[in-house]
Design a protein around this ligand. Structure first.
Ligand code: CO
Length: 350
């Protein structure tokens, strides 16, 4: 499978936080041929293991979940009220089509409606609509009809735009944060499949990052790694109106090395090791400017007695919106860097 097709399959899969099963099954199928074992823990983390010469474990992490919503009420006219799962910008939520997953696994369509401007006052038009006043129209005229369509309290949904290549080597999809990271891990496993690994390597696909680094917390405890790398699709902000010093990463400049975000100050030893590896392999890289965002590395590095952890990210514009974008050359260079890290682990760090 071409890397772009893997990205497409993963971005289009349904995986709102806590409801990652579709993504998990794709990842299980894609990574199984390249590892020794695959397990799923009680909470839904998928961990694929490859034995290495050294029993100490290098943990590679990417999160499976995407930001979405959950049904919190269906009113007697059949309109659905909802709450966010993960961080959304209220200003961009209204006026989109959504895909909702019912209890029995069916997908239903709906639209996040808003009152047309014609009937609003000037004051109402000037303000974003708070999320607790928004609703999804699923085509029902009563609570019973909504229920007959399969729509119930607790159902997850998300805004879904299909993955597309909008220019040569430039793609858009709904969930590049963090299916880009998931794809980097699968590609890394594939490219190293016929090589002996120095360290035992865990490819860990976490649930629930967007609701508080939850999956990585338990996965890291269980895996008990000596070294870890979180792989993210992170904030690309090279766009009009944003000052350079406020652009966490820029597209086309290679994978981003984190030095500090809100969840971790990365050990300088780890940053230096990644820089050296990138320089030695001719891989372009940039820094993710401190201290925007949080990552699974925040949870992993505080596990047990502490785990030396770093973060490599694929820059993605417009994350936490339904239209994130990335450049395939950044994605490819992230794979090269992560694969080089695994191949030469522990990179003088242990
Ligand atoms: Co993310």
């Amino acid at each position: 499978m071409q890397p772009i097709e893997l990205l497409r399959e993963l971005s289009d899969a349904f995986g709102v936080s806590g409801f990652e099963d579709e993504v998990r099954e794709i990842l299980r199928a894609r990574i199984s041929p390249f590892v020794d074992s695959v397990t799923v823990d009680a909470l839904g983390n998928l961990v694929a293991m490859r034995k290495g010469k050294d029993d100490r474990v290098l943990m590679l992490d990417a999160h499976m979940d995407e930001v979405g919503f959950i049904v919190k009420w269906v009113d007697d006219k059949g309109y659905v009220r909802f709450a966010p799962l993960g961080g959304w910008d209220e200003r961009i939520v209204a006026g989109h089509r959504v895909v909702l997953r019912t209890r029995d696994g069916r997908k239903r369509l709906g639209v996040i409606g808003s009152a047309p401007p014609h009937i609003l006052t000037a004051e109402e038009r000037a303000k974003p609509i708070p999320m607790d006043r928004m609703f999804v129209d699923v085509g029902a005229t009563s609570r019973q009809e909504a229920s007959d369509l399969g729509v119930e309290i607790g159902d997850p949904f998300t805004i879904h735009y299909p993955f597309s290549e909008i220019a040569d080597g430039y793609v858009t999809g709904k969930a590049l944060d963090d299916r880009a990271g998931c794809a980097v891990l699968v590609e890394t496993a594939q490219r190293l499949a016929d090589q002996k690994l120095p360290m035992t390597t865990a490819f860990s696909f976490a649930f629930g990052e967007e609701v508080g680094l939850r999956g990585a917390t338990t996965a890291a405890f269980h895996i008990d790694p000596s070294l870890a790398l979180a792989v993210e699709g992170t904030i690309g902000a090279d766009m009009p109106g944003i000052a350079e010093e406020s652009q966490p990463t820029r597209l086309g400049r290679g994978p981003a090395l984190s030095v500090a975000d809100r969840s971790i100050v990365v050990s300088p030893k780890v940053v230096r090791a990644l820089e050296k590896l990138a320089d030695g392999n001719g891989i372009p890289y940039q820094y993710k400017l401190p201290t925007y965002g949080s990552t699974d590395a925040g949870a992993i590095h505080l596990t047990r007695g502490g785990v030396l952890s770093g973060i490599v990210s694929v820059p993605c514009r417009f994350i936490h919106s339904p239209v994130s974008t990335l450049r395939l050359n950044d994605f490819e260079n992230a794979i090269r860097l992560v694969a080089a890290f695994v191949r030469s682990a522990p990179n003088g760090l242990l």
